[in-house]
Design a protein around this ligand. Structure first.
Ligand code: KIV
Length: 271
């Protein structure tokens, strides 16, 4: 490809065409420049700068502590790396659950200071006014239903959601509401496949699954989990594509051994 040939950026319209044409959407998280560059070049359709950064980048046990400023720092680094993928940024806990004016102010900051294409928000009818305020500012929203990790203290654990009829009914109603409000897609996390199919079939916008079976219009995974850098985290829904943790350990222990023995640097590595 010539350097002048334009790469067609994935947009919310591309997402919709992919659903309409039955082409699955591939999404992964990234939080930094170097990884995002590799992920984008490998052909991913969308990058989520997830608030899972709180876990895999910062070592917190939940996603609750991460701030808008921290999300902006991670997201701006990702946007600088990406040519083709759509970049979606999670709005962190506390940045949209209250006053809709505050929600839209935070969403505008994220869009202005990162250059991302959309935000993602966990929840349904209980934060309808925040959805409306942000959408009315022209900011595309990816919804997120099912296991919404910002509500972990309400759920009491990271188990499967919407197993019973009442929660499944509420989830379906919320998914339809998000579509009616104008969200361009919705993440379905850790729900039964049969429910994910019902939601996917009843929406015209794409669903993106994680732990929701292969019936969704796309899939998302946390990068560190799927390359084997988050060792010990092996939920049933995760497929591990590499063992990068092992590769890094071997590289570092080789370096330590070479420094200790005086083998590194050798003559050809010196001036
Ligand atoms: O923060 C995140 O990485 C997410 C995905 C797991 C969907 O929300």
């Amino acid at each position: 490809m010539s350097v002048h040939q334009e790469i067609k950026k994935v947009s919310t319209q591309t997402f919709q065409s992919m659903k309409n044409n039955g082409e699955k959407i591939a999404m992964l998280t990234s939080y930094d420049y170097s990884v995002a560059k590799l992920v984008d070049a490998a052909g991913i359709d969308a990058i989520l700068v997830g608030d899972s950064a709180a876990n895999v980048m910062s070592g917190y046990p939940t996603t609750l502590p991460i701030t808008v400023d921290e999300m902006i720092y991670f997201a701006a680094s990702v946007v600088r790396a990406v040519n083709r993928a759509m970049v979606v940024v999670d709005m962190p806990f506390g940045s949209y659950q209250g006053d809709p004016h505050v929600a839209v102010k935070n969403a505008v900051r994220i869009m202005k200071e990162t250059g991302a294409q959309a935000v993602k928000i966990e929840g349904g009818i209980e934060i309808e006014d925040s959805f409306k305020a942000i959408l009315s500012a022209g900011i595309p929203i990816m919804g997120h239903l099912g296991l919404t990790p910002q509500s972990i203290n309400k759920f009491g654990g990271f188990g499967l959601r919407a197993k019973d009829d009442a929660e499944a009914k509420t989830l379906l109603e919320n998914a339809k509401l998000l579509q009616d409000l104008g969200c361009f897609s919705v993440v379905l996390e850790k729900i039964p496949t049969v429910l994910a199919k019902q939601v996917t079939d009843s929406l015209s916008i794409p669903t993106i699954g994680i732990g929701a079976g292969n019936v969704c219009d796309g899939q998302v995974l946390v990068f560190h989990d799927m390359v084997g850098m988050n060792e010990g985290f092996k939920p049933k829904f995760l497929r591990q594509y590499a063992n990068v943790g092992q590769v890094i350990r071997e590289a570092v222990s080789g370096y330590v051994a070479d420094v200790k023995s005086g083998d590194f640097p050798n003559e050809s590595e010196s001036y």
